[in-house]
Design a protein around this ligand. Structure first.
Ligand code: FMN
Length: 271
């Protein structure tokens, strides 16, 4: 066959395509375990950042060490608010279950402010234990997600032991515009969440992301992102959804009364 014949040109092109396809798919399959491990490490990092236990510069060893020492994950039934004892949190993939279309695993949403279409029936919640303790819960970190302008934002919000006061918020995945909706990653904006109250005295979700700026000293208001009202509304809606009736509200109500009882018992002991 002549070097510059049409058949030879096709043969070279097809061979090149096959070789490249094998290399790319081989790399994708071969690196899957590394990708999964990195994904898990990134989630751990964001749980710890929401809880204020590490900063963004922490290395992998530090993340693993603090996560193992301080985080105790549990699986919560979102319908009842009960902890599902005996279910290994490592086996629960909320997003996959939400997309499964299996009514055992997920619930289709008619009221859907976070634009999820369906939500999983159980979710992993991360309890942050007091230093050196195996059972004293200092904070709870909840996974949240919801639609902004261009994308679904995935993050975590940490609440203090009263299950009402915000300790921190982080997003670990989104496709919002850098400099606009992407400012959800800005540490200055995230700092505005600390100390805010999620619920009002009646137990309704009160937290609002306010365009034009939060009122001074308003306990449940956070400034909206400037030039990114749609992402800001998405953030507010996902908070309202995940801490409302179809989200963690029943878990919060059950455990808030337990936390109040423990605090009261502590007070009795001190007297
Ligand atoms: C290229 C481009 C990217 C944008 N990205 C976002 C975004 O990520 N989030 C958002 O809320 N608005 C984004 N906007 C702006 C929205 O279209 C809309 O104008 C804005 O949310 C209104 O916010 P404002 O009332 O604070 O100005 C973008 C606009 C343009 C032109």
């Amino acid at each position: 066959m002549q070097r510059d014949s049409i058949a030879n040109t096709f043969l070279v092109a097809v061979t090149l395509c096959v070789v490249c396809a094998v290399m790319v798919s081989g790399a994708a399959v071969g690196l899957r375990t590394v990708q999964e491990a990195n994904k898990q490490l990134d989630r751990q990092k964001n749980v710890l950042m929401a809880a204020g236990l590490i900063d963004a510069k922490a290395d992998a060893a530090k993340i693993r060490e603090v996560f193992a020492a301080r985080i105790s994950p549990i699986v919560v039934d979102l319908k009842t608010g009960e902890v599902l004892e005996g279910v290994d949190p490592a086996t629960v993939d909320g997003l996959r279950e939400a997309k499964s279309k299996d009514p055992e695993l997920c619930t289709e949403l008619s009221e859907d402010p976070a634009k999820l279409k369906a939500r999983e029936n159980r979710s992993v919640v991360y309890r942050v234990l007091a230093e050196g303790s195996t059972d004293k819960v200092e904070l709870y970190v909840f996974p949240i997600r919801g639609y902004g302008l261009w994308s679904t934002l995935f993050g975590f919000i940490a609440l203090e032991g009263d299950l009402n006061t915000v300790q921190g918020i982080t997003y670990y995945q989104h496709g919002e515009t850098p400099g606009l909706g992407g400012e959800v990653d800005n540490p200055l904006w995230k700092a505005k969440w600390q100390g805010k109250s999620l619920y009002d005295a009646e137990g309704e979700v009160a937290l609002r992301v306010v365009k034009g700026g939060a009122a001074p000293d308003a306990p449940s208001q956070v400034d909206a992102l400037s030039g990114a009202s749609i992402t800001s509304v998405g953030v507010e809606n996902m908070i309202r959804f995940w801490f409302g009736d179809l989200g963690f509200r029943s878990f919060v109500e059950k455990n808030r009364s337990a936390a109040v009882a423990t605090a009261a018992a502590g007070g009795e002991e001190m007297r």
